[in-house]
Design a protein around this ligand. Structure first.
Ligand code: G6P
Length: 357
């Protein structure tokens, strides 16, 4: 097929073709839905990303590290699941001593920007309108605009001064799974390079283990969850951000009203909703003393608490546990939606890429 381009005056405009390096993954297993296929692709795509950060993208990684070190303030701008991964990114940087924040793209004006502010846009599609509008405004006002995208040559990548690709390949299910995971891995990798102790190498195998060790248990619990209208997800510290992502998955794909909250906030309102049989998912790694009190607060009122890692497998390494917990949440979402006979890949009222304001 031949394609020709013309300008407003009807004159032909010559364009140079560009071959996209955009491969789909052919993993040898039959899947009923894209969502579960994409969950299963995570061990592979996480490995591809980690390898590329160390090799073909190492110059871009160095550029990111250099810009982060030079900035007075770092602001991540994103929407949806990308916003949740950016919360992990900014949290990791704060743990390392940087002044870093995440803002929702649609609320980006809720922050002060100047020539010492580094912007890091995070977007799977690279086409989310709210992010594009924020970047267009900030391009001249901020120090630099960096981005972390999945789709090469996307608008956000082209606006950016420098862009890291997360190499997750095409994601077809409306809900982000493998792209969320690879965004988080990119941030874990950067944090590690900036001096945080992160076992990046274990991640692909651990994701694989998390999927395999949990599937049967998740299917069992999905049968309980399918009747629920509400569920609460609690976590503290960095795990609070994982709770937000798990709740988003449960809402958009399983159609369950899922509310994430920082454990410490339970007593400020939500405890009033806990009664006999209320379901709560708690991210409860051994080092988190305070979440144990929150679990007791729920259990003593008759709430049913499912715990990661007590009821599911998730390796307790810091900060990777946060990522492994989300993998459990993805599986729980998928199997609950399947139990309910929902459309899964194409949930009602939602779009994969939101290109309107
Ligand atoms: C839509 C998708 C979400 C995604 C969000 C942000 O709402 O359904 O899965 O997280 O857009 O998209 P982006 O492409 O910018 O990551």
């Amino acid at each position: 097929m031949e394609v020709k381009f013309f300008n407003k005056r009807g004159e032909e405009v010559k364009k140079k073709p560009l071959k996209l390096k955009w491969v789909d993954f052919d993993i040898k297993k039959e899947f009923e839905h894209f969502m579960i296929k994409e969950i299963y692709e995570q061990p592979l795509v996480s490995k591809i990303l980690i390898d590329s950060l160390k090799t073909e993208q190492s110059d871009i990684v160095n550029k990111f590290l250099d810009e982060i070190e030079k900035a007075n303030k770092i602001v991540f701008i994103a929407a949806g699941s990308s916003y949740h991964s950016s919360l992990m990114g900014s949290r990791l940087l704060r743990e390392l001593g940087y002044e870093a924040y995440s803002v929702l793209a649609s609320e980006y004006k809720d922050m002060k920007y100047d020539k010492n502010t580094l912007i890091i846009a995070v977007s799977q599609s690279g086409e989310t309108m709210d992010v594009i509008l924020a970047l267009k405004d900030l391009k001249e006002r901020a120090k630099k605009v960096l981005s972390v995208v999945n789709v090469p040559y996307s608008t956000i990548q082209r606006i950016s001064d420098s862009s890291l690709e997360i190499k997750a390949g095409p994601e077809k299910c409306v809900a982000a799974t493998k792209t969320y995971t690879n965004q988080v891995i990119a941030f874990l990798y950067l944090a590690n390079r900036l001096g945080m102790k992160v076992n990046v190498e274990e991640i692909p195998d651990e994701i694989n283990r998390t999927i395999n060790m949990n599937e049967e248990r998740v299917k069992e619990i999905a049968r309980d969850l399918k009747e629920e209208r509400d569920i609460f997800i609690i976590g503290r510290g960095i795990n609070y951000y994982s709770s937000l992502e798990i709740s988003l998955k449960l809402k958009e794909i399983s159609y369950i009203h899922a509310e994430a909250l920082a454990g410490g906030e339970l007593k400020h309102g939500t405890l009033a909703l806990i009664e006999k049989g209320t379901k709560v998912l708690a991210l409860n790694p051994s080092w988190d003393i305070d979440i144990k009190t929150n679990i007791e607060e729920v259990a003593s009122r008759g709430g049913v608490v499912y715990e990661i890692p007590k009821d599911f497998y998730a390796k307790e390494s810091y900060p990777n546990f946060s990522l492994y917990s989300v993998i459990v949440g993805q599986l729980l979402t998928y199997y609950t939606a399947r139990e309910k006979g929902l459309p899964i890949d194409y949930p009602r009222n939602l779009a994969k890429s939101v290109t309107v304001k």
